[in-house]
Each structure stands twice: as C-alpha cells, then as structure tokens.
Design a protein around this ligand. Structure first.
Ligand code: DGL
Length: 283
C-alpha cells in the first residue's frame, strides 16, 4: 500500500512525531498538515479543539491517506475517540502509546504527565492509565510557557531551564519515577528536562512510542508500503510562521522540506457543513 500516512498537528510541533516515524518507517510516504495559523490549540476550549480536529482530518483525507496520526497531544486528549469513530481508516493518537510504555516503566507506580493546559485538565492520560492499572497514581502538570520557549527556539537558554525547574518542582515533590512528555514540543528540550529532573526519572517520548504503535498497526493490517525506496514527504501549513526554518529544523532534527501554504479558509468553505456532521451527532 503506497498511499501516504497522514499526520496533523496544531502547528509544526508534530514534526517531533514525524522525526520518529521516518526513523522507524523510512520507506513510508507522509503528508503532514500543521495548522500554524491557529496554533496553539492547548489553550482553547474542548469544543473548538474538536472542531479543528475534524477540519484538519478532512484536509488530509483529500490525499487518500491509509492511516491517520494525530500528532498533537491536545487533540489526542480531547478528540481522538470521536475522530476514530467517525473515519474509516486506522488512526493513532499520541496518548495511548506513551501511556502503555509509562505503565511498563514505572517501578513505584507514580507517573507524572506534562503537557498543555487542555491536555492536563482533560484528565485523558490519568483516565487511560487508571483504566489499565488503577493502582498507579498520576500527577499532571500543565507547562504552557514551555511551548512558547521551544517555539522561540530557546533550547539551551537559562530562562528555559528556570521554567522547567519551576513547572516540575511540584511533580518532583511527589517522588514520581516516570514522566510522559505529553506535548509535541517537549522532546526538543528533553535533554534539559532530564538534566533538571535527574537520571533516576525516566522520560517517555510520546512521539517515539507512537511510531512503534504505527508500525504495529501497519504490520497487523498489511498496510505497509510496497516500495523499498525512501518515502516522500509533503508538508502543508495554514500559515508560514516566523522562524519557520529554524524551529522546524529543531523539531524534525534535519532541515525541513519546502512547506506549501494552503488557503485553509477556502478549503473549509468548499467542504461546507459535511465535515461537522459527526460533531453534531455527538453534541
Ligand atoms: N501540539 C500541541 C500539543 O502537543 C502543543 C502546541 C499547542 O498548544 O497547540 O499539545
């Protein structure tokens, strides 16, 4: 199956997930959509996040994608179940893969979650962890400022270290031994986070775990690419942000390919009301 894998995120943060996918599955073809005109999603209401999720999915479905990866933790926390029941292709969010690995990793049954405000207040991580192992205690910490610092490309700055220290202090007081990096942006500063929390705490990169999950889905459903050459990668954004190349390179770990700017408003107008039907049925 040479059809592409579709990936979307609120912006270019999801390139941390693409980095892991292309490492593990280099022959697959990928289409990425980053809603850079409307980022961040992490401070929006659940209603709006769901609406955006359906719009981003509709954009990718034009390309006959064989599988959808919701690279955004915020969307995965708020809208993934609804999306999954509304589309007819396999889907992976980024929460369950991280949850499963964190449960296998923790020795003292205390897991910390860091993410956007929407992700942490949704309780999605806690709910999923508890549904698998109710004896685990989960501590969430929203780190909204960290998203902005990474977006600025401030990876090794003192202000970033101080921000991480301030946010993580309450979690460290709980003696957690595992932290899920529950936001697309955080793997970019994982070395700094590890330095702040110390080597006794294991960090779980949701993107890395998601890539493994996607491989499992492809293997199980026989959807793997037939072609043995390196796959193609197309990159669409709803706006070209400042520092696009610099920050995109940080997320992807190599220079970003040319991004195509799409007129997303126009696309949505052409689609009309049909995109929102599943949302209406569930409201
Ligand atoms: N992509 C978002 C996430 O992983 C972070 C940026 C945002 O708030 O939109 O939660």
């Amino acid at each position: 199956m040479n059809e592409p894998i579709g990936i979307f995120d609120s912006g270019i943060g999801g390139l941390t997930v693409v980095k892991q996918l292309t490492k593990l599955l280099p022959n697959e073809n990928y289409i990425y959509f980053g809603d850079t005109a409307r980022v961040p999603y992490g401070t929006r209401s659940n209603r709006l996040i769901k609406q955006y999720a359906f719009e981003d999915t509709a954009f990718l479905q034009q390309f006959k994608i064989k599988l959808l990866v919701v690279a955004c933790n915020t969307v995965s926390a708020v809208a993934v179940d609804l999306l999954e029941s509304s589309i007819d292709i396999p889907l992976s969010g980024v929460i369950m893969p991280g949850v499963e690995t964190a449960i296998e990793t923790t020795k003292n049954s205390k897991i910390g979650i860091i993410g956007t405000t929407a992700t942490v207040t949704s309780g999605a991580y806690e709910e999923r962890i508890k549904s698998i192992n109710p004896d685990i205690t989960v501590y969430g910490q929203a780190c909204p400022m960290l998203v902005h610092l990474v977006e600025e490309g401030w990876i090794d700055e003192e202000i970033t270290r101080l921000t991480i220290t301030k946010y993580l202090e309450p979690l460290l007081e709980k003696s957690i031994d595992t932290i899920i990096l529950g936001c697309t942006h955080f793997p970019v500063v994982s070395e700094l986070i590890q330095d702040v929390v110390g080597s006794s705490i294991t960090l779980i990169d949701s993107g890395k775990e998601t890539a493994k999950k996607v491989k499992q889905i492809l293997d199980k459903s026989g959807l793997n690419v037939n072609d043995k050459s390196e796959g193609n990668f197309s990159f669409y954004v709803s706006d070209i942000p400042d520092k696009f190349d610099e920050v995109g390179t940080l997320f992807l770990g190599r220079p970003v390919v040319q991004a195509t700017h799409v007129d997303f408003d126009n696309f949505l107008m052409e689609q009309g009301e049909k995109i929102y039907e599943p949302l209406r049925r569930n409201s």
